[in-house]
Design a protein around this ligand. Structure first.
Ligand code: PLP
Length: 358
């Protein structure tokens, strides 16, 4: 089956096959990858090669540190104000969907959150023009959500926010295209879409920002201590780290982010064409200029068709197309591991379903 789940999402088949054998015995360690110590030379090699591969894949400059931590993207949303803002200092949030709103909420106890721009009143169907954003004075950072996984809205350009550090949630679009990391202060992502299975997140931080005081926080919530401790202050999620390394290496072997950018443009165009050419049978309400290439939400013209659509799709080997409960309808998540054949199969199915039910 082709799995269109938004996350945990489909993983590349070669990665799953390699993991299957190494789950039983990892190289000559005499034990499974999940049974060896995180402090031993075998796992340290897994961890450092995962970072090396990620740095190569994303062209991460040397003046950026990379942290691999537990707690998912939501935890980073709370740790960012703790690490980079003074208590009560303003921090700007640009809210373009559900996850931007979550980030705002997580920061609330620690900083004076300020909404610099929001498309909530419009149902999160666009991104407010940069010229309309209104920043707080003395803001610690500006936070954006690069790709809104539920609403299907994606920044197609990195906004210029001057000297204030730009913090971006890239959970659902990291590694989907080449990115100038140097334009950001912090980039974070839960792994479970483009980077591997759920259970680990990646935070890429400009090193000079780590010198900022931040707020009182326990070591375990302190990015500086995590960096000093090589992301191993406590037992790290070793299996997830290993799987992330395999997934990143797979992306490098496939041709890297430039190659995936082309595939993702073709894949998303297939689905948006099927929607736009359906004469209203299917609809996607997002401003075409900011439609996501990773998550394609769509609605059928008659809600009564939702159930038959999902059940016939499942029979055709196309699974996990039900939309998020926040907006309903359908959603096809087409991350890097989704082959073009899977997206073509879905577009063909959509046209066929419309012929039979339209
Ligand atoms: N940010 C975005 C853009 C997401 O898509 C998600 C989850 O889907 C999250 C944050 C929350 O991630 P986590 O479940 O890892 O905390």
């Amino acid at each position: 089956a082709y799995n269109f789940s938004a996350g945990p999402a489909t993983l590349p088949e070669p990665v799953l096959r390699q993991a299957q054998s190494e789950m039983l015995e990892w190289r000559d360690a005499g034990a499974s990858i999940v049974e060896i110590s995180h402090r031993g030379p075998e796992f340290l090699e897994v961890a450092t090669s995962a970072e090396r591969a990620l740095r190569a894949l994303l062209s991460i400059p040397d003046d950026y540190a990379v942290l691999f931590t537990q707690g998912g993207a939501t935890t980073q949303q709370a740790l960012i104000p703790l690490n980079f803002a003074q208590p009560g200092q303003p921090a700007d949030y640009v809210v373009t969907g559900h996850w931007g709103k979550t980030a705002l909420k997580q920061a609330g106890p620690y900083v004076a959150t300020h909404v610099a721009a929001s498309s909530e009143a419009d149902g999160y169907r666009n991104i407010p023009a940069r010229s309309t954003w209104q920043f707080a004075a003395d803001a610690a950072y500006v936070h954006i959500t690069a790709n809104e996984t539920i609403h299907g809205v994606e920044f197609r350009e990195i906004p210029d926010v001057g000297d204030v550090p730009l913090v971006a949630d890239f959970s659902s679009s990291i590694a989907s295209e080449p990115l100038d990391i140097g334009k950001f202060g912090v980039i974070y992502a839960g792994a479970q879409k483009n980077l591997g299975p759920v259970g680990i997140s990646v935070t890429i931080v400009r090193r000079d920002l780590l010198e900022r005081a931040g707020q009182p926080r326990a070591d375990i919530f302190d990015y500086r201590s995590q960096l000093k401790g090589e992301s191993m202050l406590n037992t790290p999620p070793t299996w997830n780290w290993y799987m992330l390394g395999l997934t990143v290496q797979w992306m490098l072997d496939e041709g890297g982010v430039a190659e995936f950018a082309q595939r993702n443009a073709r894949k998303s165009a297939l689905l948006y064409s099927a929607i736009d050419e359906s004469g209203g049978f299917y609809r996607n309400e997002v401003d075409p200029a900011v439609r996501s290439r990773m998550n394609v939400p769509f609605f059928l013209k008659d809600e009564a068709l939702d159930k038959p659509f999902l059940s016939e799709a499942k029979d055709a080997g196309l699974i996990a197309l039900k939309g998020h409960r926040v907006i309903g309808g359908m959603r096809a998540s087409i991350y890097n591991a989704m082959p073009e054949a899977g997206v073509q199969a879905l577009a063909d199915f959509m046209r066929d379903f419309m012929r039979r039910h339209g």
